[in-house]
Design a binder for this molecule. Structure first.
Ligand code: GLN
Length: 322
């Protein structure tokens, strides 16, 4: 009912404002200059239930770039294009415990094979596998795929993209290494263009909540009533989110929050609460998506207040999948 819905918004609002002061414990990512300019005190959340029920609070409509949240989308799109077996020959599904942009393990483990698609090395590899001949076609197919999930056309923030391109030395070195070991299927420059454009796609919390919702339903869009990608691919993506989605804080997220989630350095967190989680009394009973934005991030690259808010929501509404 509407009264219940208002009550849920009020509760969510109380929680959100409780955690907003903790944004001062983090900092906006500074290595991408365009990200350093945003207001670090922002915090917003949107939750969408299987029937389309919506709860929002705070800076839920603020626009931000996907950054590493795009790694999940790219991985799914590559699996749809080639089948997951093909993709998994080029990128593994093991957590690293290293930073998201680390290069160190590329030389250690089946030389050159990235540990997982949720770190930069893996995501750059996946970017080279996407369907389409040119970088533009690959990006267009990603944008179309996102449109199907979120229900609106999203676009690239050119300023962020330029800022990333100009400061991509580290990603460029990863890409050259991957090219040298034969894991990259396109040129270095093409893979980087696709990867960095994908990172620069601009969304709000509702958009990523919607993608989380589709993942929660194993690739089925409960509002469009359409299977958008295979169940098996959704399961893989969620397993990767749990084990690798929050970079080298993924263990802590699994242990203390227990919801498949993916973060990005712009401060976004996309979470998928599978339909078997949550208690009977929760206002979002089963299979919901959560989108959070809080640009002040910690040393791992995860939104500080966003993570705290997600932890609180998961605890109160029994979203922990374990
Ligand atoms: N575009 C960013 C990078 O490649 C994405 C990283 C992230 O969100 N962790 O460094």
């Amino acid at each position: 009912t509407e009264a219940d819905s208002n009550e849920t918004d009020t509760i969510l609002h109380t929680w959100l404002e409780h955690y907003r002061p903790y944004t001062t414990n983090g900092r906006c990512a500074a290595y991408i200059p365009a990200l350093a300019q945003v207001d670090p005190s922002q915090l917003g959340v949107t939750i969408i239930g299987p029937d389309g029920k919506l709860a929002k609070s705070g800076d839920c409509d603020a626009l931000f770039t996907l950054q590493s949240v795009s790694k999940v989308i790219g991985f799914i799109a590559a699996c749809v294009e080639h089948g997951s077996a093909y993709v998994l020959e080029r990128v593994d599904v093991e957590p690293t415990g290293d930073a998201f942009n680390s290069i160190v393990r590329l030389e250690v483990h089946k030389p050159g094979k990235p540990f997982n698609p949720m770190i930069n090395a893996g995501a750059i590899t996946v970017s080279s596998l996407l369907g389409g001949k040119s970088p533009q076609q690959k990006i267009d197919s990603i944008l179309a795929f996102i449109e199907k999930m979120v229900g609106r056309r999203v676009s690239i923030n050119e300023e962020v993209y330029q800022s990333e391109w100009q400061t991509a030395d580290r990603n460029r070195s990863l890409a050259y290494y991957l090219k040298g070991t034969g894991f990259l299927e396109s040129s270095v420059e093409d893979a980087l263009e696709v990867y960095l454009k994908e990172c620069s796609i601009e969304v709000n919390t509702q958009d990523i909540a919607m993608i989380g919702l589709v993942l929660a339903h194993d690739g089925y869009h409960p509002l469009r009533k359409e299977q958008l990608f295979p169940k098996e691919v959704a399961k893989l993506a969620k397993a990767l989110m749990v084990t690798c989605g929050m970079y080298n804080a993924s263990g802590k997220f699994a242990a203390f929050i227990g919801v498949p989630a993916k973060s990005g350095v712009s401060g976004g967190i996309m979470a998928a609460v599978p339909s078997h989680a949550s208690s009977p009394g929760a206002p979002f009973p089963a299979g919901c998506g959560i989108g959070i934005y809080g640009p002040a991030i910690d040393e791992y690259g995860n939104s500080v207040a966003g993570g705290m808010l997600l932890k609180h929501i998961a605890k109160e509404w029994d979203f922990n999948i374990f």
